[in-house]
Design a protein around this ligand. Structure first.
Ligand code: GLN
Length: 488
């Protein structure tokens, strides 16, 4: 078999594995070679797990020989470094957890293990998943494989860049306000945030617990369906996980959308939208119309407040979740504290980066006595209005389509001193988190300078199958997903 197994998808490799044309070991070696060749330019990983991966690949080969292969058996998967892996460092992109080795596995990690997946490495991310560019990582920035002078997006920037650069076959990311979909769009790959509660958050290091979800980042829509099926399902250890059966997502992949009603929020196409993205999304809608979808305007009037609401609710939850990093139980502790107060203060000022501190201060302020009603409570009320906007829209359509991002990948450093402009990168993705809805981003074109553009498809609660079907139909009618970045 050819050398370039790292460039293939889960489903292509699975077919070759069960035919015994290749071994799991061949795939892992191909991915490790690819990492050796490009990682010094991309920096997608915080930890590469070559030894673990080789052992798991050998186990996968034994399993395949017994005829017990499932889709993920022998497939090298990259894991965002926010997912707890027993015995393997899990840093969350922070100095605070730079030496943290979890004593347990996240539920999604257990599920991948049960399927015989290969863990190829832990990917870089914005510190505690706070960011849209991967530049707040304590371990340095990730570079976009399509243009190394640009950001890969964030916070799952390492996962998206690793998939785009063929440094893994598929990856897991997490999405609180767009952190799967936005980097997927900027790196030209597929990223899906499931319905809130579809995937267990047990063992996911918490940022904003009412918004966080784990999801797949893959090379095509079929792989997103396969990986989602593997990680979904109810879990007693996460009280917010949904107790509903997991559908066979792959069987939802029918390449037509006849009769499907697609809503376009009129609010999305405004002046701030990059003209090339505007044009690419409109072209994509034409493709879906030709495939039989009915396109209609819908309105989501309160989504104009979504970024403001998010930057009250997410920091408020973060300020509470991050209170546990106090230098006592685990994680970083400052040197030679004078007393308890000094230890708390210096541990937190030395252990957290500036974006994390900004969020903790914003959140603490929004929750403090006297401001709670004006900020946190008001934001929660507007969140309900945003959810209702979607309920009203879904009375008229099956899916909602928007651009994933307002601009293509920006230059490293470009937005670092302008947090507001950075926050606006998630203007189209945040509403789905606030409403708990599933959303996917998939490639829908390229700018004249060769940067990928993402199309976002949002579905109603637990309508992952409808989202995937529409995404698959679009993907199969176009060839964007077959392009590979040339600079790595
Ligand atoms: N960029 C957003 C933020 O910084 C979203 C991050 C995420 O989804 N984890 O909060």
């Amino acid at each position: 078999m050819g050398d370039n197994l790292a460039a293939l998808t889960i489903h292509e490799l699975h077919d070759l594995l069960v035919k015994r044309s290749i071994s799991a070991r061949d795939i892992t070696e191909s991915v490790l070679e690819r990492i050796a060749a490009v990682e010094d330019r991309v920096h997608a990983y915080i930890t590469v797990l070559a030894d673990t991966a080789r052992k798991q690949a050998a186990q996968a080969d034994a399993r395949i020989a017994r005829g017990e292969a499932t889709y993920l058996t022998g497939i090298p998967v990259a894991l965002k470094d926010i997912l707890c892996t027993k015995g393997i460092p899990t840093t969350c992109g922070s100095k605070m957890l730079a030496n943290f080795v979890p004593p347990y596995d996240a539920t999604v990690i257990e599920k991948l293990q049960q399927q015989g997946a290969v863990f190829i490495g832990k990917t870089s991310m914005d510190e505690f998943a706070m960011g849209s560019s991967n530049e707040t990582s304590f371990f340095g920035p990730v570079h976009n494989p399509w243009d190394l002078s640009r950001v890969p997006g964030g916070s799952s920037g390492g996962s998206a860049a690793a998939v785009a650069a063929d440094e893994c076959i598929a990856a897991l990311g997490t999405d609180t306000g767009g952190s799967i979909r936005q980097p997927a769009a900027l790196c030209g790959v597929v990223g899906m945030k499931p319905t809130y509660g579809r995937v267990s958050r047990y063992g996911l290091i918490a940022f904003a617990s009412s918004l966080d979800q784990i999801g797949p980042i893959t090379k095509d829509v079929t792989d997103a369906a396969l990986l989602l099926a593997c990680i979904s399902g109810h879990d007693d250890r996460d009280a917010t996980s949904i107790d509903a059966p997991v559908p066979d997502y792959r069987s939802a992949l029918i390449p037509h959308v006849r009769g499907m009603k697609i809503g376009i929020p009129t609010e999305c196409f405004h002046e701030g939208l990059d003209p090339e993205i505007d044009a690419a999304v409109r072209m994509a809608l034409e493709v879906l119309r030709e495939q039989g979808a009915e396109i209609r305007d819908v309105s989501l009037p309160h989504t104009r407040y979504a970024v403001a609401v998010y930057y009250l609710i997410a920091p408020a939850e973060a300020s509470s979740n991050l209170a546990r990093y106090d230098g006592v139980a685990y994680g970083f502790r400052c040197d030679h504290p004078e007393d308890l107060q000094d230890m708390y203060e210096r541990t937190r000022s030395e252990g957290f980066g500036s974006e994390v501190k900004r969020r903790i201060m914003l959140g603490t302020y929004a929750l403090s006595a006297g401001y709670y009603d004006a900020y946190y409570k008001k934001a929660s009320q507007v969140r309900t209005l945003i959810r209702r906007d979607f309920e009203n829209a879904f009375a008229q359509c099956d899916l909602i389509i928007t651009p994933t991002t307002p601009t293509p990948a920006f230059k490293l450093g470009e937005k670092l001193d302008d947090p507001l402009s950075m926050y606006l990168s998630d203007i189209f993705t945040i509403p789905a988190n606030l409403a708990g809805l599933p959303g996917i981003s998939l490639p829908c074109g390229f700018t004249a300078s060769g940067l990928p553009i993402g199309l976002q498809i949002i579905g109603n609660v637990l309508q992952e199958e409808t989202v995937l079907r529409c995404a698959y139909c679009y993907e199969q009618s176009t060839a964007w997903h077959t392009r590979k970045p040339l600079c790595v």
